[in-house]
Design a protein around this ligand. Structure first.
Ligand code: LRH
Ligand code: MN
Length: 388
């Protein structure tokens, strides 16, 4: 029986969605390295994701990316997901890989291109209807590379027009999650560069429009947990794409590059009520395992988020409130640092045991022989990737 029921409840309630694309080959503009046993289709991606849930117990859903995960029958894919113990989660649109979108998608100067892009977003809502998904995630690579290339305000008007059309198409229980990114692939302006721009578009539309924070989408040194606190306070934090980075949008394993930042983020998530599933924050990994084994990498990443969350749940909120009210700067900081300095790995082992799981998910996965089996089975066909 766990020694800390409050942390146990919080850890058990935290669902971390997995990105289907993390199981396919990925890389950088220099090289995409192919790995043995990589899935060849969305069915195999979902089967691999189900292994992460099998050993962690807290990754019950898989985000899809369209068209990377296009299938003839999304209902059948959803059934397959259920058969392997998971469900299909967020549907991610993709208006960043078509030659027509060189100068933008929904912000393109040409209304025919805007129409094409908006139609793709609407098609993704049709996919949500078929998979039973609640959320559509919208990330736009739209932007400009040189001053004067296009009219910044006019592009915002075009974006707002497309978002309004998608918003009107959403069902009562559906939402769209607007993701911002400071730079790349555009390097002068991105049309949704920061949380403020995303927030402004979302509050102009209504409650079904929420903001997504992606760890890697900020300027170095950005206080991301401040953005978490402000968006939760405003009821506009719809999702969080966990990963980590040393420099830019490195998409490395969550917590790998900066575990202290992940802790600070999960503390503000807790403080703002975001751990309450009814608040509806879609926590998901958005990563690429370019050189490391992908399933084990996802398991490790889920464990890193669990560790940061368990530490955040250990924060003595009464002591913190007392020190803050007293203006005792050092005491207040010490409350958080004590929680962060706590080794929660034994506690998480206990919690997993109580959940009927092996206390060490990575070791249990390796002992399962799943990786060796799929390496033998997955011969021939074309390995999945970003198709870039
Ligand atoms: C953009 C992004 C977005 C996804 C893509 C795979 O950088 O973070 O969330 O569509 O990665
Ligand atoms: Mn992302």
């Amino acid at each position: 029986m766990t020694t800390n029921p409050q942390v146990a409840a919080g850890v058990r309630d935290l669902s971390i969605e997995l990105p289907s694309w993390a199981f396919g080959n990925s890389g950088t503009r220099f090289k995409v390295f192919a790995q043995k046993g990589v899935p060849r289709d969305p069915y195999e991606k979902i089967a691999d994701a189900a292994q992460v849930h099998r050993f962690t117990g807290v990754a019950p859903s898989v985000a899809l990316h369209i068209p990377w995960d296009r299938v003839d029958d999304y209902g059948d894919l959803a059934k397959h997901a259920a058969d392997v113990g998971v469900r299909i989660g967020v549907i991610n649109s993709n208006v960043f890989q078509d030659d027509d979108y060189m100068l933008g998608s929904v912000t393109h100067p040409d209304p025919r291109i805007r129409r094409k892009a908006t139609d793709h977003l609407l098609d993704c809502v049709d996919v949500m209807d078929a998979t039973g998904s609640r959320d559509l995630k919208l990330w736009f690579s739209d932007g400009t590379n040189y001053p004067g290339q296009d009219d910044i305000a006019a592009r915002q008007d075009r974006l707002a027009e497309a978002l309004a059309e998608v918003y009107a198409r959403l069902g009562d229980d559906q939402r769209f999650l607007l993701e911002y990114k400071l730079f790349e692939p555009a390097f002068y302006t991105m049309d949704v560069p920061d949380w403020g721009t995303a927030y402004a578009h979302c509050i102009a539309l209504g409650p079904k429009a929420q903001v997504v924070i992606d760890t890697g989408h900020h300027a170095p040194g950005t206080n991301i947990e401040f953005i978490v606190a402000v968006l939760l306070r405003a009821g506009k934090l719809g999702g969080f794409d966990f990963n980590s980075r040393f420099y830019a949008d490195d998409d490395l394993m969550a917590g790998a590059a900066d575990p202290f930042q992940l802790f600070r983020i999960m503390w503000e998530v807790r403080r703002g009520g975001g751990l309450d599933p009814s608040i509806g924050v879609a926590f998901m990994l958005d990563q690429c395992h370019n050189i490391e084994p992908k399933i084990a990498g996802q398991i490790r990443s889920v464990m890193n988020v669990q560790e940061a969350t368990a530490k955040a749940l250990l924060v003595d909120t009464d002591a913190l409130a007392g020190a803050q009210a007293a203006g005792d700067v050092l005491a207040a900081n010490a409350v958080l640092m004590d929680a962060y300095a706590t080794d929660v790995r034994p506690l998480l082992g206990e919690i997993r045991t109580d959940m009927g799981l092996d206390p060490d998910p990575v070791a249990a996965y390796h002992r399962s022989g799943y990786y060796e089996r799929v390496c033998e089975e997955r011969v021939g066909g074309t390995q999945a990737g970003w198709g870039a």
